[in-house]
Ligand binder design. Structure first.
Ligand code: AMP
Length: 232
């Protein structure tokens, strides 16, 4: 697939925390030559740099709650307006509330997109807990590992350049449970929102990462307008 091919519709990776959205968005975006727009990564970057936005978001994130719609929508509006998003992008972790989904629709319309195509990652609750509490991220390059089923070659060190692997503050078990509650209350209703618009692809995401990647690349062809029908 050529990176200059424009996606007819940007992709949304929708699903609970720990479903593998970030891991997959990274790989699929790279393969398609389009940016991954991860609101979680953007907030973590602000927190790390100590910006005003980061100082406001830090405590909310550490409690496992959602940052205000106004803050996140402004951040996304700015990001997707940048030139590298002109040929499409993958939204990972956004939208997470009905208000965010509605604001996104308006933003996309204003910018000439037909609307987004959402992929819903479905994973069982116990598997989510295992993935989230086992997750470790490279403090240098952001590569994602899991101590249970994707361990690094050397414990605590990234395979790429040996960066230190760290656990996200919000991946501790009590915060994980709070994040999953927030998901159930505020984000799960978006599955219906996109289904009603005929803009939802269901992805059973308990499987192996490589297998999910190939299914997602097939979905990307749908978003490119090259394929019709359902990908299961
Ligand atoms: P994530 O890495 O996507 O799990 O996001 C980590 C944290 O960042 C979340 O638990 C929220 O506190 C915040 N966050 C990320 N995306 C959003 C969003 N779309 N709306 C509100 N808060 C968000």
């Amino acid at each position: 697939m050529e990176s200059r091919d424009k996606l007819a519709r940007p992709l949304i990776f929708l699903g609970p925390p720990g479903a593998g959205k970030g891991t997959q968005a990274r790989v699929v975006a790279e393969r398609l030559g389009i940016p991954q727009v991860s609101t979680g990564d953007m907030f973590r970057d602000h927190v790390q740099r100590g910006t005003e936005l980061g100082r406001g978001a830090k405590a909310v994130m550490e409690r496992g709650e959602l940052v205000s719609d106004e803050t996140v929508v402004a951040m996304v509006a700015d990001r997707i307006g940048q030139p590298d998003c002109a040929h499409g992008f993958i939204l990972d972790g956004f939208p997470r509330t009905a208000t965010q989904a509605e604001r996104l629709e308006a933003l996309l319309r204003e910018r000439g997109w037909e609307g987004a195509l959402a992929v819903n990652f479905a994973v069982s609750y116990n598997e989510l807990i295992r993935r989230l509490t086992g997750r470790r991220t490279c403090s240098v390059c952001g590569e994602i590992y899991n101590i249970h089923f994707r361990p690094p070659k050397v414990a605590g060190r990234c395979d790429r350049e040996g960066g230190e692997l760290v656990q996200r503050a919000d991946d501790r078990e009590e915060v994980v449970r709070q994040r999953l509650e927030e998901y159930e209350r505020k984000t799960r209703p978006l599955v219906d929102f996109y289904r009603q618009r005929g803009a939802l692809v269901e992805l059973e995401a308990n499987g192996q990462p490589e297998e999910l990647t190939s299914r997602l690349l097939a979905v990307a062809l749908l978003a490119l307008g090259l394929l019709d029908g359902r990908v299961s």
